[in-house]
Design a protein around this ligand. Sequence first.
Ligand code: FES
Length: 392
Amino acid sequence: MNRVQRVGDVAEIMLDYVENNKTFLTDKPMRVPSRTYTDKDQWKAEMELVFKRVPLMLAFTAELPHPGDYKAMDAAGLPVLINRDREGKVRAFLNVCSHRASPVAAEGHGNCARFTCKYHGWTFAQDGRLIGISEAGKFGEVEKTAMGLRELPCEERAGMIFACLTPNAPLDLDRFYRGMLDDYVALDFANWTWLGSRVIEGANWKIAFDGYLEGYHFSSLHPETIAPRTPSNCMHYEGFGPNIRIGFPQRRISEALRPLPRESWGEQENNGYDFVRIFFPNVSAFIAPEITQIAQLFPGPTPDRNRTVLNYLRREPIRDEEDRAQVEAAINFFRDVTYNEDYLIGLEIQKGLESGAHDELVFGRNERGNQYFHEWLNWYLEDDASAPEPVL
Ligand code: FES
């Protein structure tokens, strides 16, 4: 079955959900220990067995479109430098000088032919080679070829740049995403425009991420922002390995789809239904052509905190100053809604979980996305590749 047919079938299911007040249901609720969100050992295990093992979507093609463009960032506490060389190839490195570990590029975006460490001025080529030692004659003998930047496995695909935070680790995007990146190819995502980003901070990264995985809370938590477009507690879930495509039908799905030929229903994303695409373990993408928000959630320095980068993209380039001002206002609006309506309650949930009131929390039959995410998280934490994988 091709992609459009599959989406068309999902659209038909979502239409039935709205017309008959139904949602995706699994067989039973799932209980998760409260300490999953508070425990220091769990946090360490997540860093080692998840965040340093799986491919992470760290940047967008549109963020560094030109030769020499780079982005220096914090990814789960590690300093990472991503750059595009003269030939257009993208690489990722630990942003750590081989002299005495200073970053070789300041956090943010830029364009340069080589990186110069601000501490003592050593220089590194775009491919990470150490090419210059300041006053080398006085420094003494070192093996320059062995002192390049530490490279990370990295691949650019479908408009995004993926890396693994462990040098020399395997990076098999096809095996990990199992067809989910085809959506981004179909959207021509590589040619979209990156509009900017905002950073917000909140509770444990999984508390925040749980909020992106269900629409059960829309009418109570988002009565004026999301609920007018999207009915509460009406979701469809599809698994692509550990990744999830969540279908959210709009209230007007019947009006939007019924007049159209059935074979075109799979091409109506944002007209009657929307998708949130979840990249395990930490990315949530709400795609809409006018403005798309893609959240990258990273564990904070302690288990009770996360750092979320909200990225904004759209198909069209910025037209003029007025357009730019409108885009900035829209970005601020999305950021404020996400922070005020989702992240603030997350901080209260963190307190609740740490209070000892309940040993467990529970995800309902309707919250299958959350269940599936936690099943996969546990699968990775077990660290046994022969264990059966969760199925949706
Ligand atoms: Fe980079 Fe010294 S730490 S040149």
